[in-house]
Design a protein around this ligand. Structure first.
Ligand code: C5P
Length: 401
């Protein structure tokens, strides 16, 4: 279950081209389990009409402070009364200014003033408007008032300019809202982790690698960051965006991964080895492209260091979490690896199930036994892994493993 399940959210939409993203955002929030109530400003209603939001949210849409549909004529009070949060996306420069001044001249500004739940805003405007000292002042004031400002991002703008002010994509706003509601179980903790495959060069254009997509590792990095951890993600080559708030260091080979991990380790509370590290690398890497000869050829391989086992064996070892992807006898192999590598926690999965896909079925192994998790998207599995790890952590602080 994710953190938005059963939450009531008021989504304010103000006047801006980015309103087209708000429609998709309503759909994503609803899919994540939130009950979404849309409030449009007069400007917001000009871009995408109430009909779209009503169809997507399954709830009536509000825009009039004097709406007679509320029996007591107090839409501004009733809408926010039992809301878990008000989110304004897109939030125009004008709306931020009115919010900073505490204006209450339409339904959205009034309910923002009358609310007693958190307020998040996702600004969207032209880059010069965003950089204007007046907007900077307003944003500063709002932050001081406890408002969470989500984005904006840099990029192409509807006006044809390029710069800061573009509203985050709907998926990114969704992630920020989920992060907002996620309990900060890893606050103050430093996590170092690996993800993705490694690439072991044979010559300048060829190498040995594996089919790891990095999806599970990146989902875990995102879940750790959501839970308040400071995350360093040491990743082999993958085609995935770096999760918000995560420090990313890209590497190629197992030896590079090992050296970056060891450099990043001082002060780490947790090390999570999700990477599918190549077990072997070519003993020699050719300086120039190897020419084909038509003859059979062999490449001599030498074992790579086991990064996780090395970290776990250190006297000052952080809390270490390993992964085991097996094609059979998961329990025996996974528990065997956990014991051999001296890990307090290991996540096991059957390879046929996990590789490259968006869903996964895993079993967690720790000193208390095995804990199967139901099949779920990798993001949800990641959240549960982090929750389990956070529960084991206080005990881990008592001494090395
Ligand atoms: O490859 P194996 O099944 O032993 O991997 C188990 C765990 O050990 C994984 O968490 C993986 O990231 C880690 N590992 C490592 N360095 C290696 C091999 C595996 O850190 N050379």
């Amino acid at each position: 279950m994710n953190e938005l399940q059963g939450r009531k959210l008021v989504l304010g939409v103000t006047g801006g081209v980015a309103a087209y993203k708000a429609a998709e955002l309503v759909r994503l929030l609803g899919k994540a389990g939130a009950d979404v109530h849309v409030v449009l400003t007069a400007g917001g209603a000009r871009f995408v009409t109430a009909v779209t939001y009503q169809a997507l949210s399954g709830n009536p849409v509000w825009s009039d402070l004097w709406d007679a549909r509320m029996d007591n004529n107090m839409a501004h009070i009733d809408l926010s009364r039992d809301a878990d949060a008000v989110l304004v996306a897109p939030a125009s420069a004008d709306f931020l200014a009115r919010l900073a001044q505490g204006r209450s001249d339409d339904l959205l500004s009034t309910l923002c003033l009358a609310r007693d739940c958190p307020l998040l805003v996702a600004p969207a405007m032209n880059r010069q408007m965003w950089e204007h000292p007046a907007t900077r002042r307003n944003v500063h004031t709002l932050m001081g008032d406890g408002v969470s400002v989500v984005g904006p991002a840099a990029g192409d703008q509807a006006c044809g300019e390029v710069g800061m002010g573009r509203m985050l994509e709907p998926e990114e706003v969704l992630d920020a809202v989920i992060a907002f509601f996620t309990p900060k179980r890893l606050a103050g903790r430093k996590v170092v982790m690996t993800a993705g495959p490694t690439f072991e060069a044979i010559d300048p254009v060829r190498g040995i690698t594996n089919t790891s997509s990095g999806k599970m590792g990146y989902a875990i990095a995102a879940a750790c960051a959501c839970a308040g951890a400071e995350v360093t993600l040491v990743s082999g080559p993958v085609a995935l965006p770096v999760p918000a708030g995560v420090r990313h260091i890209g590497v190629q080979s197992a030896l590079q991964m090992r050296s970056v991990v060891l450099q990043s380790l001082p002060g780490a509370d947790v090390f999570i080895g999700v990477a599918a590290v190549a077990d072997y690398r070519p003993l020699l890497t050719a300086e120039h492209k190897i020419k084909k000869s038509g003859e059979t050829m062999s490449i001599e391989l030498t074992p790579n260091p086991d990064i996780l086992a090395e970290v776990a064996a250190r006297p000052d070892a952080p809390f270490c979490v390993g992964f085991a992807a097996e094609s059979r006898e998961l329990d025996a192999y996974a528990e065997g690896k956990r014991r051999n590598k001296k890990l307090p926690m290991l996540v096991g999965n059957l390879v046929a199930d996990a590789l490259g896909g968006d869903d996964n079925t895993v079993i967690l192994y720790d000193d208390a036994g095995r804990h199967p998790l139901p099949r779920a998207p990798k993001q949800e599995i990641a959240r549960q892994i982090v929750e389990h790890l956070a529960k084991l952590l206080p005990a881990a602080a008592a001494g090395p493993h």
